[in-house]
Design a protein around this ligand. Structure first.
Ligand code: SF4
Length: 360
């Protein structure tokens, strides 16, 4: 059994998970619509039930946004998710086709669905280039979903790499083990178990269902990890993968941020260990972009700073430069109308600011 700090698996990791671990998967959220009402649904109010798409943290206004976001992170594949992306099958098929034609057939695409999926849609997904399908077995601890199992069977027969992905509900290891055995017998590829976790939107429902938060430093629910680990150990002859809530944030998300930051950093930005962009900024009390451009040219002339190391940021109405140059200018370019600061930002399309420290 291979083991790391936050994930454990028997057999092999599914290809989609290998790329996700490297932070190389674009997260393509097709729609917030879903026919299910899982008590543990982690979707935010901003997304839940809305017919809106997101490429990572970027709202999709045109197909160009998806391509641009995949390029920003140098993605090697995409995880197509929601809601249930198959509540909007035409859009899902269009997006998969778009990614495959832009980045080639080797660009690995996996899709999540709460199914069951009609045979015609499965065929269309296969033709569009879908590589891997992951079924959510809703209420797996309480009921047998015959239609969903038939859909799983059809996916396998069509040659899609087919797996099941469920949260490990505490105390359900026997049920999980029987699901894995059935899937293996049918020729399915893998079972993914996620740690059941609380979020801002589901904590009440999770508590009402009788589960408790395991600690102040984790979103995980008590007993979920233990249940998953029992199932993984009982199934050494199948591909069973457990992913903790800490692994998703601490490894997958961090690796995606690092990958994007390294790929998009400007000459004056430093990439931090957390995948943030660190830089210096100069702001003018009165926001005026043409006045800022004059100040920038004046700084270049007076202090001999190369133009590529000091740039105008039109969106944020400020001058950006390296932390060292900002520190130097705060001492050597006094001007009452200017303020100097060091900032850290996410390398996301909206470049969300995480810290800001005034200097000088
Ligand atoms: S299937 Fe997924 S998106 Fe739909 S309600 Fe359940 S957890 Fe939420």
């Amino acid at each position: 059994m291979a083991d790391t700090l936050y994930q454990t698996y028997s057999g092999e990791l599914p290809p989609g998970c290998r790329l996700c671990e490297q932070g190389a998967k674009l997260v393509l959220f097709v729609t917030g619509v879903c026919r299910e009402r899982c008590f543990f649904c982690p979707l935010s109010e901003k997304r839940k039930g809305k017919r809106l798409s997101w490429a990572n943290e970027r709202p999709v206004r045109s197909e160009g946004d998806i391509i641009e976001e995949a390029e920003r992170m140098n993605a090697l594949g995409a995880g197509v998710t929601g809601g249930d992306p198959l509540m909007e099958p035409e859009k899902t098929l269009r997006y998969i086709g778009l990614l495959k034609s832009a980045f080639g057939s080797g660009f690995h695409v996996h899709l999540y669905t709460a199914g069951p999926v009609q045979e015609g849609i499965l065929r269309a997904l296969k033709e569009a280039g879908l590589d891997e399908i992951r079924y959510h077995l809703i209420d797996y601890h309480r009921r047998e979903d015959t239609a969903l199992w038939r859909s799983i069977e059809r996916s396998i027969a069509l040659g899609l790499d087919t797996g099941i992905e469920i949260p490990a509900l505490p105390g359900t290891e026997e049920r999980i083990i029987s699901i894995a055995r059935r899937l293996k017998k049918m020729g399915g590829g893998f079972l993914n178990l996620n740690e059941l976790e609380v979020s801002e939107t589901n904590y009440r429902e999770v508590e009402e269902a009788g589960y408790t938060h395991k600690s102040d430093i984790s979103y995980g629910v008590s007993g979920s990890e233990e249940t998953a680990l029992k199932a993984v150990s009982a199934l050494p002859d199948f591909n069973v993968h457990y992913c903790s809530s800490g692994f998703k944030d601490g490894v997958q998300l961090r690796n995606r941020l690092l990958r994007t930051a390294k790929n998009t950093a400007r000459a004056y930005e430093t990439v931090t260990e957390e995948g943030l962009l660190f830089k210096g900024i100069i702001e003018r009390v009165e926001k005026d972009i043409s006045a800022l451009e004059k100040i920038r040219k004046n700084i270049i002339r007076r202090h001999g700073i190369p133009g590529r190391l000091i740039a105008l940021d039109h969106g944020k109405n400020r001058i950006e430069t390296s932390p060292e140059i900002a520190a130097f200018l705060s001492e050597n370019h006094p001007d009452k109308r200017l303020t100097y600061a060091l900032v850290e930002e996410y390398p996301t399309a909206d470049r969300l600011e995480v810290t800001k420290t005034r200097i000088g």
